[in-house]
Design a protein around this ligand. Structure first.
Ligand SMILES: Nc1ncnc2c1ncn2[C@@H]1O[C@H](COP(=O)(O)OP(=O)(O)O)[C@@H](O)[C@H]1O
Ligand SMILES: [Mg+2]
Length: 243
C-alpha cells in the first residue's frame, strides 16, 4: 500500500537553530500516528512543514508516492491536508454550519447566493457521523463549550481533508469529559480512512488513540513503535533520554 504521506530525511533550521534533524516517516490511510516529545522537540514544526506553513530546509515530501512541494497552506488544503490546532480557529459570531465552510462556501443560481440549505444538510450529516454533540448546526460558536467547538473544528477538517488530518494538541485546552468527547470524534474520523497525525502531551491519550508512536527529542527522531508493542515506560524513556 502506498503511503498517503512520506517524509524523507527532513531537516529544518531556523537561523542557527536546528528544529528537525533527519526525520523520516510514512503515514498510511486509516492509521493514527502520535507524535510525542518534550516542549521544543520539533513537533509543531513538523506539522507546519506538512501543512505548508514552513518549507523544509532539505528533505523530501511525497503525497501518494509522488514527490510534492507544499509551498503554502492553501496548497496543502488543495491537496487534502487539514490541520486542527489547540487554539480554535473558528468564527465566534457565526453559526456552526458557516464555520464548516468558512472561505469555501457553496453558492447557487446566477446570483451566486450562499447555498445555506446545502451547508446545513452537509454539516448535519457530518456532525451526526462524527457524533459531535451540539444543540444545533445553527447554534452560534460562542454559545458552545470548548469541547463542542473543538468537535466543530475537527468536523471542518474532516469535511475538507481527503488525505490527512493533522492535530496539534487538540485537547490541551479541554477538561476530562470534553477530552473524552473529542477523542471519540477522532476515533470516528479513522473510519473515513484518512491518515491522522496527532501531537499530544497526554500519554494516556496517545495510548488510547494511536496505532503507532513516533518520538522526537530536541529535533532528533528517537524511534517509532507500534502502540500495541510498547508501553508508557519505554515511551517516557525515549522522550527523556533517561533509562
Ligand atoms: N518560527 C520559528 N522561528 C525560530 N525558531 C522556531 C520557530 N518555530 C519553532 N522554532 C524553534 O524550533 C524548535 C522546535 O519548536 P516546536 O516545533 O514548536 O516544538 P514543539 O512543538 O515540539 O514544542 C524550538 O527550539 C523552537 O524554539
Ligand atoms: Mg508545539
Amino acid at each position: 500500500m502506498t503511503p498517503v504521506l512520506s517524509l524523507r530525511n527532513i531537516h529544518k533550521t531556523f537561523g542557527g537553530i536546528t528544529a528537525i534533524e533527519d526525520f523520516s516517516l510514512d503515514l498510511h490511510a486509516g492509521e493514527v500516528v502520535a507524535l510525542v516529545g518534550d516542549n521544543g522537540a520539533g513537533k509543531s514544526t513538523l506539522i507546519k512543514i506538512i501543512s505548508g506553513v514552513h518549507p523544509p530546509t532539505s528533505g523530501e515530501i511525497l503525497l501518494d508516492g509522488e514527490p510534492a512541494s507544499i509551498p503554502d497552506a492553501s496548497i496543502a488544503r488543495e491537496r487534502g491536508i487539514e490541520v486542527v490546532y489547540q487554539d480554535l480557529a473558528l468564527a465566534d459570531q457565526q453559526p456552526v454550519y458557516m464555520n464548516l465552510f468558512l472561505g469555501r462556501e457553496p453558492v447557487k443560481g446566477p446570483l451566486r447566493l450562499l447555498d445555506r440549505r446545502r451547508m446545513i444538510a452537509e454539516t448535519e450529516s457530518l456532525i451526526k457521523e462524527l457524533d459531535v454533540r451540539i444543540p444545533s448546526v445553527r447554534a452560534t460558536i460562542r454559545d458552545l463549550s470548548g469541547g463542542q467547538r473543538q468537535g466543530v473544528a475537527i468536523a471542518r477538517a474532516t469535511h475538507w481533508a481527503t488525505k490527512l488530518v493533522l492535530l496539534d494538541e487538540p485537547t490541551a485546552a479541554l477538561g476530562v469529559a470534553e477530552t473524552a468527547r473529542v477523542e471519540a470524534t477522532i476515533t470516528a474520523l479513522k473510519a473515513r480512512n484518512l491518515a491522522i497525525l496527532i501531537i499530544s502531551h497526554s500519554l494516556d491519550q496517545v495510548f488510547r488513540l494511536s496505532d503507532r508512536i513516533c518520538v522526537l527529542r530536541r529535533g532528533q527522531q528517537i524511534g517509532v513503535r507500534d502502540t500495541a508493542q510498547t508501553d508508557k515506560n519505554e515511551v517516557i524513556a525515549m522522550i527523556t533520554g533517561l533509562t
